[in-house]
Design a protein around this ligand. Structure first.
Ligand code: PAF
Length: 287
């Protein structure tokens, strides 16, 4: 079956109501387009357990602060269609801004959990409010059984999980493994901004995360020392300007102080490489 592009919520509902009334399950992959292999793996995960997969492509103005890359965010709808079609998605929902926000410029109204406050929440004020608002609207428009998000945006995944519970939306949120290049760099649409030298330097993110995982596995590890070690590794690359490197509780994203041995923790980093601001993270276990 070839993929269809749908631009309005009314047409989407028409298509999906018929599918749902036949008892078929709907999987959903929300994206901002310029899709890469990481998005492909989300589509694969959805196709594997859904009768029909919807991918949305919508660059959400509400989650960009003034001065961020909303206008220059990379776009390529034809390539997105090819990727989604070749991976077995059935519908590509590509609404305009007025379709998602028919009331005009909006103030995000979706309640935000505390997990949205630290890290990206501090550095990108308003970002998660914009993400939660659009994801809630997209989930209501699509009405999927399951929605698939990459763990690369780990804090976003936790914010969405909490938002879905708080709003009582009947959808399973599935977190999928980060897709990586051969040298460990997490796939991201913003990798397109990297110059050759920056691209060569960027795998330091992955190396720093793995060094932290090894350090945290040793009983008696010290959080401040591990975080300082990661910042030193990142700063050792001339192209890199580290923003944060933290070891946190995965549920609250607050500093993981005195965790018991065997606890699951999360290590997160954010770093600028010229125009590109990249984030990455890894699950680690306390020694
Ligand atoms: O991760 C993204 O691409 C976006 O934040 C999302 C979830 C599609 C909301 O615009």
């Amino acid at each position: 079956m070839s993929i269809q592009v749908v631009a309005t919520r009314a047409l989407l509902a028409e298509r999906l109501d018929a599918v749902r009334s036949s008892g078929a399950s709907v999987g959903f992959v929300p994206t901002m387009g310029y899709l890469h292999e990481g998005h492909g793996s989300l589509v694969d995960a959805s196709v594997a357990c859904s009768d029909l997969t919807v991918v949305s492509v919508f660059v959400n103005p509400l989650q960009f602060a003034a001065g961020e890359d909303l206008d220059s965010y990379p776009r390529d709808l034809d390539a997105d269609l090819d990727l989604c079609g070749s991976r077995g998605a059935s519908l590509l929902f590509h609404p305009g801004v007025e379709e998602v926000y028919p009331e005009g410029p909006v103030q995000p109204a979706v309640p935000l959990a505390d997990v949205a406050l630290p890290l990206e929440g501090e550095r990108r004020p308003g970002h998660f409010a914009g993400v939660a608002e659009v994801v809630a609207r997209l989930l209501r428009a699509v009405g999927p059984c399951r929605a698939f998000f990459g763990q690369k945006d780990f804090q976003q995944l936790q914010v969405v999980r909490r938002m879905v519970v708080d709003l009582g939306l009947p959808v399973d949120v599935v977190g999928c493994p980060t897709s990586r290049e051969h040298d460990g760099l997490a796939r991201s649409s913003r990798n397109a901004y990297l110059t050759g030298a920056e691209r060569a330097a960027a795998p330091v993110l992955h190396r720093a995360l793995h060094a932290a995982a090894a350090a945290v596995a040793v009983p008696g590890w010290d959080r401040a020392e591990v975080e300082a070690m990661m910042v030193d590794m990142l700063a050792g690359e001339p192209a890199a300007s580290p923003e944060y490197a933290v070891v946190v509780d995965p549920d609250t994203l607050l500093p993981a102080d005195h965790p018991t041995s065997g606890r699951d923790l999360r290590v997160l980093v954010a770093c600028r490489f010229g125009r590109a601001r990249l984030i990455d993270n890894l699950g680690v276990v306390a020694g």
